[in-house]
Structure formats: structure tokens, C-alpha cells
Design a protein. Sequence first.
Lengths: 111, 116
Amino acid sequence: DAKTTQPPSMDCAEGRAANLPCNHSTISGNEYVYWYRQIHSQGPQYIIHGLKNNETNEMASLIITEDRKSSTLILPHATLRDTAVYYCIVRYSGANSKLTFGKGITLSVRP
Amino acid sequence: GAVVSQHPSWVICKSGTSVKIECRSLDFQATTMFWYRQFPKQSLMLMATSNEGSKATYEQGVEKDKFLINHASLTLSTLTVTSAHPEDSSFYICSAVQAGVYNEQFFGPGTRLTVL
């Protein structure tokens, strides 16, 4: 599986948009970009995924560059409960396809 | 949405005993489940891939005789830590794959194991 690189941490003010970057320059053509988050002492929570088009759901938006070498997860109105470690992972869609977790980015939302 | 449960949520045991952790997909069937381990301040590390009705596939460095995995039904996988020692103390997390176009993985809440 291709690797991803993320900054170690970032913070944002409550109510503002949080833009979390991710680089995946070696992504293969049929690998998807997945985002999960892990709040302290809980299991990871699925957020969103995409292949090449931008995606939006009730939690976030995912913007993937045209060359697919990087992406940005956008939390439009961050709240204190969004404080977590966010993982950007590339993965094939097969059932046995593994999720390889890197160190992720720690997002701290300040009041 | 897809819900995955784990039981117990936490367990404390004496060194040398065995501990069983259950992972259940509550509202979908999961042919494939994964088991992860997470030490404090570290990321999740995949231990093994569990496929219903067949032997688990272990990642390099994970002792299959120590971490026994049984995936006997489409909604249940178990991880048994045999002869647990303090260094096995960790946060164990399972995920279950919801079959479909994307085969998304949904995670359980985790089990905190402390071996005294």
C-alpha cells in the first residue's frame, strides 16, 4: 500500500473550518483515499473516502488534487468534540485490503 | 450505520492467564475482520486478518500461537491472548468489513487489557 505523510499536529478555533492536509504521492490508480479519526481511548471512526472526485458527507468534505498526489480533509465548522487524531490512509477496495495507520495528525480545537 | 462491538471493554488479569476478546458486527455480516493493537501514544498496528471459516493471516512478528483468532461465524471473531504477560498489556481493537463496492472497515470501541 502507498504511504501517506501528514503534519504531526495543527489547531484551529472552534467554529472555524479545519483543513487537514495529506500527501500520498505514490498512490496507485485504483487506491482510494480514506480518512479516519480516533478520539482518545476509542476505536477509529470512519469519516470519508474518495477516489478522484471531491466528496462531501455530513461530517466532512474531501478534496483530492487532480493528480491525486495529495488531499485535504475539511471539517467546515470545527467543535471541541472534533479534537482527535486524524488518519489519512490509501487503500484498495478489496475486502482483505488492509488499513495501514501512520502517525496521523493531532487536531486540537480551541475554544 | 454499521456497528461493531467488543467485549469486554476492559479486563485486568494475572500474568500467565488467558484472556478472550470478542468482536461482533451487530447489523451486518462480516466475512473479514481485522485485529489491531495500540500501545500508549502510538498508532494502531495490524496484528492479523481474520476470515470466516478459515485460518487467520498474521502480520510479521505476531505470534500466532500466542494470539489465537477464531472467526467461526459471519458476525463474530474472537482473539485469545494466551499466557498473557505484562508486555501484552495494550489496547486491542477489531474492525469488520462491510461487503460492498468499497468494502469499508468499521471499528469496534476497543478493549483495554492490563496484565499484572
